[in-house]
Write a protein that binds this ligand. Structure first.
Ligand code: DAK
Length: 258
């Protein structure tokens, strides 16, 4: 495992830490490759029931590595963009809940990476932005589509077209961030949320996540049908019987993911 991304387990929660603090965790090719590898490890770790993604030092990630990008040919830029997209897609397609814990800067590709997580918790000192237009670029890791879905078209346009940063409080207000915390509380709160989800029925959590995601790409009627089908499927699971029996017997359920 590359040291550019640390992969640790905290109970049932996988904790991935972008670890290039001297460059504010700027996403270069090697870091994105390490991230992709770490996500694959988590996907294959049956004991990991939630994931928290964070950054070492004073940034979550200050964007794609500008120094490296400045030397890329158009072909290399396309490959780089593909790598960024596939890391974001790999995060999104994990069957477990994913939480971005943003302690500092989440800019450009860093903000886009946070957006690929199911939700974002932030420290009160965090700053978010899509500053690409200041470099004569546009967001390249899926930010235009994910940001619109998270905060609506007007805020997405304001952020992308001005390239200006916003503080955690504003990010919270517009729904980019779910909750904000004092800096020293952030990681524990993110791990705690991950642990809470990790204790739920894993099949139900995975199915609910999938239906929410597929549903938002579908028309409402289709989304309802997807939900009904998934509801039927999950109700046939051992975990579902266990969950209901445990409630009726006034005890904690013992889920096995089957
Ligand atoms: N890339 C490379 N190095 C970076 C970096 C970045 N994005 N951000 C910071 N660093 C480095 C700095 O160069 C500095 O290195 P040294 O000089 O110490 O060697 C070190 O991190 C500390 O940064 P500062 O000295 O600048 O720290 P400050 O506190 O003064 O400022 C800052 C913090 C975050 C405000 C500032 O560093 C900053 O503005 N950083 C750049 C933020 C930015 O513009 N990010 C967006 C990058 S564009 C695409 C694919 C992807 C993308 C687009 C297209 N395709 C292939 C189509 C995505 C694009 C982006 O993400």
């Amino acid at each position: 495992m590359s040291e550019l991304v640390r992969n640790e387990r905290r109970g049932a929660v996988a904790l991935l830490t972008l670890n290039r603090p001297k460059a504010l965790n700027a996403l270069d090719r090697a870091t994105l490759e390490a991230l992709h590898e770490a996500i694959a490890e988590v996907a294959n770790d049956a004991g990991a029931r939630a994931l928290v993604l964070t950054g070492e030092g004073r940034a979550f990630a200050a964007g794609a590595d500008i120094e490296q990008m400045s030397r890329m040919s158009p072909q290399e830029a396309e490959t780089f963009s593909r790598l960024g997209h596939s890391s974001a897609a790999a995060l999104e397609s994990l069957a477990i809940p994913t939480i971005a814990a943003v302690a500092g800067f989440a800019l450009g590709g860093g903000c886009e990476l946070a957006l690929a997580c199911d939700w974002i918790y932030a420290s009160r000192k965090a700053r978010f932005g899509q500053p690409e237009v200041a470099l004569g670029l546009i967001p390249g890791f899926g930010g235009t589509s994910r940001l619109v879905r998270r905060v609506g078209i007007a805020w997405a346009k304001q952020l992308v077209l001005t390239g200006a940063n916003i503080e955690a409080e504003e990010a919270l207000r517009i729904g980019l961030v779910n909750r904000s915390f004092e800096p020293d509380e952030l990681l524990d709160k993110a791990l705690e949320a991950g642990e809470t989800a990790a204790q739920r029925g894993p099949l139900a959590v995975a199915m609910a996540k999938r239906v929410i995601e597929q549903g938002q790409d579908a028309d409402v009627r289709t989304a309802h049908v997807l939900e009904q089908n998934a509801f039927g499927l999950v109700s046939a699971s051992r975990d579902c019987r266990e969950g209901m029996e445990a409630f009726l017997q006034k005890r904690d359920p013992s889920f096995r993911g089957e």
